[in-house]
Each structure stands twice: as C-alpha cells, then as structure tokens.
Design a protein around this ligand. Structure first.
Ligand code: HPA
Length: 272
C-alpha cells in the first residue's frame, strides 16, 4: 500500500525534521497556504521531494512543513495537485502515502469552494459531512489489491467532525455543515450543472479534496475536511466567478479556519 518511493521520501523527511510521527496531516487549499508559515518546524520545498506535485496552481504554497502547531505535531501540505493538472486522479497518492509512512493517523483537507446555499454565503466555512463524486473518476482505478474496495460511509470521521464543530463553537465561529461535490475542473461549472448537483443533494462544489479523501481512506487515515466558501456557484449570483476571485476571497474564511484548527489542535486533538 505504501510504495518504496514513499517510504524513502518519508525517511528523508525524517532525517530533516525528526522521527516523531505527525498526529495530523493538513492539506491547504487555494489561498490558504499561509498556515504553513505558522508551523514551528522544518519546511521542505515540494521540488526537493521527487514525485511531489509541482503545484502549478497559483495561490498554493508548494512546501511540506513538519513541526508543531499549538504543541501538536503536524505535517502541513501547503499545496495540492488536482486531477485537472495532469489527468491523473491519483495525483495526491504519493504525498498521502508519505503522510501515512510518517505515521500520521488523520488527514484534514481544506479547499476553496462555491456554495449552492443562500445560507452559506462567501466568507463562510463548511464542514464536509459527505461528498458526491460528480467527476465519475476514482483515484483507485488501476489499484490491484482488494483494499481498493474502500467503504465510504462515514468517510468524514464523525468524531473528528464533532471535535471541529466544538472548536468552532468555542471560537464563536459559524461553521456550516454540508455535502461537497467534486467537479473535475479546470473550467467552472455551468449554471445547469449547478442546478443539477444541487438537486442531487450537494451544498458546495469544488475541484479537489474528494480524490484525496478516497485515497486517505484507502490508506487507513481518518479524515475531515473544511471548505472555505469563496463564491456562490455558477448562476446563483451576478458576481463573475474566476480563479482570481477565489484567491481574493479565500482569506475571508482563512482567518476563521486557522482559529478553528488551532483551537481543535489545542483542545480536541490528542496530544503528540
Ligand atoms: N466551483 C468549483 N471550484 C471552486 C469554486 C466553484 O464555484 N469556487 C472555488 N473553487
């Protein structure tokens, strides 16, 4: 399940950052990369980790930082690879295998997303309860082992979700709860697609996270994910949707997200 390449990378990361296993892995989405700077630890450029994504999407911070945040050992991925960059649904498999090889037990993924609900406006945060894989792709296609048949009920860990919700409440931050739909991108959705996936039960839409969650569950990691809402999805407002807009809006949610994560690490997370 963990490739030789991932084991080797994990060893080289441990040589630089120490052997203590991170409790949490955090993947930072568009416009959220600054949290990597808050970690007291060792930063390694993706470029120095052979096989890691080149993180060619602006608004990301392509570094792995292993160290302490609020006294808890974490591994923060400052950027991610998306399916739409390479056509590979498993573009994040190597980093997630490395996270597992480092000894982490939990992945917390973050992303920027468009909202389909008037009561989840731009600037809000949404804790993922579940997802709809609207892309039809799967990062485990081609995986030969029977482990590929990953159950996806409660993929978003109820206990961790409750702890994140409690952290948000303690910080008086309104953390919404909803279903995220993965749309492959890189073009944004059409208004008709948005109407369709909203009818199917999605509350927010984005171009990431879902393949990572599938891979993380495959690897036996517990998972949680939070969206920062940067816009109303296509057709739901007069505002033009663009990547520039996503990057400009992400900081609205980012400050709240950082507070929640810090509180969660301080109060709710198991100690390293
Ligand atoms: N659609 C897809 N991805 C996104 C959006 C959106 O509206 N906003 C931010 N990422």
């Amino acid at each position: 399940m963990i490739s030789d390449q991932a084991s080797e990378l994990a060893r080289s990361i441990q040589d630089r950052a120490g052997n203590a296993p991170p409790v949490y892995g955090l993947i930072l989405g568009s416009g959220l990369g600054h949290l990597a700077e808050a970690v007291d630890g060792v930063a390694i450029d993706y470029a120095d980790l052979p096989g890691f994504p080149h993180a060619g999407v602006s608004g990301h911070n392509p570094k792995l930082v292993v160290g302490d945040l609020e006294g808890i050992r974490v591994a923060v991925f400052g950027g991610r690879a998306h399916y739409y960059e390479s056509g590979r649904g498993d573009a994040m498999r190597l980093p997630l295998e490395v996270l597992k090889a480092l000894g982490a037990g939990v992945l917390i993924a973050t992303n920027a997303a468009g909202s389909m609900r008037a009561d989840i406006p731009p600037g809000d945060l949404m804790l993922l309860r579940d997802h709809i894989n609207f892309s039809g792709l799967n990062p485990l296609i081609g995986e030969a082992s029977d482990a590929r048949f990953v159950p996806m009920k409660d993929a978003y860990d109820p206990e961790i979700r409750a702890a994140l919700a409690a952290a948000a409440a303690a910080e008086a931050i309104d953390l919404k709860d909803g279903v995220y739909a993965w749309y492959s991108g890189p073009s944004f959705e059409t208004p008709a697609e948005i109407r369709a996936i909203h009818m199917l039960g999605a509350d927010a839409v984005g171009m990431s996270t879902v393949p990572e969650v599938i891979l993380a569950r495959f690897l036996g990691l517990r998972v949680a994910a939070i969206s920062t809402i940067t816009n109303m999805a296509a057709g739901l407002s007069d505002e033009a949707i663009s990547h520039e807009h996503t990057k400009a809006m992400a900081p609205l949610g980012a400050a709240k997200l950082e507070k929640i994560l810090r509180h969660f690490l301080r109060e709710s997370g198991p100690k390293a």
